[in-house]
Design a binder for this molecule. Structure first.
Ligand code: CTP
Ligand code: CA
Length: 227
C-alpha cells in the first residue's frame, strides 16, 4: 500500500484512540462483555499512523494485530483500567477518539472462587462504571474530542444528544442494526456530526476507508477551529 500521496495529513498530531470491548469479571471463569471486535478503532489507529500521526492505541481484549509498528499499543481489560490509561495520556494528545465499547455496568461483587450452580436463579447485582468519555469532556482543554454512539433506534437524535452531554467536538454515529454496519464486520456505515450539528454521512465502505474519511473530517474541523 502506498501512502505517499496522503501521508502528511496528520503529521505532527498526537492521536489517542480507544478500541474494542471491555471485560468485567464475575468470578475467575466468567465475565460480562459485548460484541465489539475492535476493528473500527484499529482501522482508525492504522489510518492515523499512515497519515503521519503519532498514535497511542488503548485496546480492550481483542483478537487483532497492528501492521503499523509505529503505533504505541496499550492493552487493558476493564473499564476501570481503560479509564486510568485514557486519563494518563489525555493531556498529552491533540486528537482523542473513543471508539471503544465500554461496559456501562460491572458486577458489584467479584467472587474470588468459581461460583457453583444452585437450584434456583442467579441474580447478579451490577453497578455503573465511570463514563470515560464524559469525564474526558469535563477535563478537555485544547484536545479535539471525538466519541462514538452505538444506536439501534433514533441514531441521529441519540447521537447528537451524546455530543452535547459529553462536551464532544464530534460524534460518530453508528447504526449498529443497519445491514453492513456495526460490531463485527469489516465494513461500516456512519454519520459524522460536529458542533455545527450538520450530519455528514459516510456510506457503506470498509472500516479502513471509513477511518480515512473520518480523519479527513477531523483534520478539516481542527483547521476550521484554528481560524
Ligand atoms: N463511553 C465511555 N465510557 C463508558 C461508556 C461509554 O467512554 N463507561 C463512550 C464510548 O467509548 C463511546 C461513547 O461513550 O465513545 C458512547 O457510547 P454509547 O454506549 O453509545 O453511549 P452511552 O453514553 O454509554 O449511552 P447508552 O449505552 O445508554 O446508549
Ligand atoms: Ca453504553
Amino acid at each position: 500500500r502506498n501512502h505517499q500521496a496522503s501521508n502528511s495529513l496528520l503529521t505532527g498530531r498526537k492521536v489517542l484512540i480507544s478500541a474494542g470491548p471491555t471485560r468485567e469479571k464475575i468470578d475467575p471463569v466468567r465475565f460480562f462483555t459485548n460484541h465489539s471486535s475492535g476493528k473500527m478503532g484499529f482501522a482508525l489507529a492504522e489510518a492515523a499512523a499512515d497519515f503521519g500521526a503519532e498514535v497511542t492505541l488503548v485496546a480492550g481484549p481483542v483478537k487483532l494485530e497492528l501492521s503499523n509498528k509505529q503505533i504505541h499499543r496499550i492493552d487493558v481489560v476493564t473499564a476501570a483500567e481503560m479509564y486510568d490509561v485514557m486519563h494518563k495520556h489525555f493531556p498529552n494528545n491533540d486528537i482523542v477518539i473513543k471508539a471503544a465499547a465500554v461496559a456501562d455496568y460491572r458486577p458489584k461483587l467479584v467472587h474470588d472462587e468459581k461460583m457453583k450452580k444452585g437450584q434456583g436463579n442467579w441474580q447478579i447485582e451490577m453497578e455503573r462504571t465511570q463514563d470515560i468519555l464524559q469525564s474526558l469532556g469535563e477535563k478537555k482543554t485544547l484536545q479535539f474530542l471525538v466519541g462514538f454512539a452505538a444506536e439501534t433506534t433514533n441514531p441521529l437524535e441519540y447521537g447528537i444528544g451524546k455530543l452535547a452531554k459529553k462536551n464532544l467536538d464530534a460524534v460518530v454515529i453508528n447504526n449498529v442494526s443497519a445491514e453492513g454496519a456495526g460490531f463485527d464486520g469489516d465494513t461500516n456505515i456512519v454519520t459524522y456530526v460536529n458542533k455545527s450539528l450538520h450530519p455528514e454521512e459516510i456510506e457503506l465502505a470498509s472500516k479502513r476507508v471509513v477511518a480515512e474519511r473520518l480523519l479527513k473530517f477531523i483534520e478539516r474541523d481542527i483547521k476550521d477551529e484554528a481560524k
